[in-house]
Design a protein around this ligand. Structure first.
Ligand SMILES: Nc1ncnc2c1ncn2[C@@H]1O[C@H](COP(=O)(O)OP(=O)(O)OP(=O)(O)O)[C@@H](O)[C@H]1O
Ligand SMILES: [Mg+2]
Length: 236
């Protein structure tokens, strides 16, 4: 399908649209078909869950949706931009500006304080250190982490570290946040609290979020759920 044609069909309310995404890792005997024709449309302000067995292609799909990985074929649009058509440099710039990431492991930098960790996406966008710190404190405050701003990651519990990771994903006001198993290392209470706070911030700021999870306890936070099996979206 031509870029022009697809562009004219993209729903103005859809932040994320992907059409017929295919991805194979490796070649020949060792080839693994991770995605086999996945199409998806996520509305602005929607909190979408992506579920499915281990190896079904969830991480591969969100990596493609967020421009970390290129598909073999198919197109992916985020806020009207065809990210599959961007060069590597343009993709990196696009991610830095419009996408936030939360991973299963928190990926915080141990020698930086909490507020410095949260500043990073802003500093990468060219915001001054002073302004970046101001905004980092604001987001940390919204996540009930005000008292911890001068601490280092090792001084926090798992749930607190995950909240710092969420603050870092939100600080540059991205349009789209991808979360890969954000609650899997957390106890029930903390996992639910994290999802609750994420949901509130998403509602308030109309951000689009996709959360990969195995965790049936967080199903109640979803506006919709997609199930991946063997590289394809399946519906009951
Ligand atoms: N870099 C890679 N090289 C080769 N194969 C890969 C690579 N990354 C993923 N795969 C394979 O692609 C398939 C999909 O992997 P993916 O990581 O997307 O699954 P997943 O649904 O996220 O699994 P999990 O729930 O265990 O995280 C799997 O069969 C996996 O082994
Ligand atoms: Mg995965």
């Amino acid at each position: 399908m031509s870029t022009q044609l697809l562009s004219s069909k993209v729903n103005a309310d859809s932040t994320v649209v992907c059409k017929d995404i295919w991805k194979t890792y490796g070649a020949g005997e060792a080839a693994v078909q991770a995605l086999r024709g996945v199409s998806l449309e996520i509305q602005q302000g929607e909190l979408r869950l992506l579920m499915g067995p281990s190896g079904s292609g969830k991480t591969t799909l969100i990596s493609i949706l967020s421009g970390i990985l290129s598909p073999d074929s198919g197109e992916c649009w985020v806020r009207g931009t065809n990210i599959t058509a961007l060069s590597d440099v343009e993709q990196t710039r696009f991610r830095g500006k419009y996408v936030g990431f939360v991973f299963q492991v928190f990926n915080l930098i141990p020698m930086l304080t909490i507020e410095e960790n949260v500043c990073i996406p802003l500093l990468l966008c060219g915001v001054s250190r002073q302004e970046a710190l101001r905004r980092a404190r604001e987001v940390l405050d919204e996540l009930d982490m005000k008292e911890k701003i001068g601490k280092f990651p090792a001084e926090l519990s798992g749930g607190q570290q995950q909240r710092v990771a969420i603050a870092r994903a939100l600080v540059h006001s991205p349009h789209f946040i991808v979360c890969d198993e954000p609650t899997s290392f957390l106890d029930l209470h903390t996992g639910l609290k994290i999802m609750e706070q994420l949901q509130q911030l998403v509602r308030k700021n109309k951000i689009t979020v996709i959360v990969v999870t195995h965790d049936p306890r967080i199903v109640k936070f979803a506006d919709r759920i997609d199930q991946l099996e063997d590289g394809k979206i399946v519906y009951p």
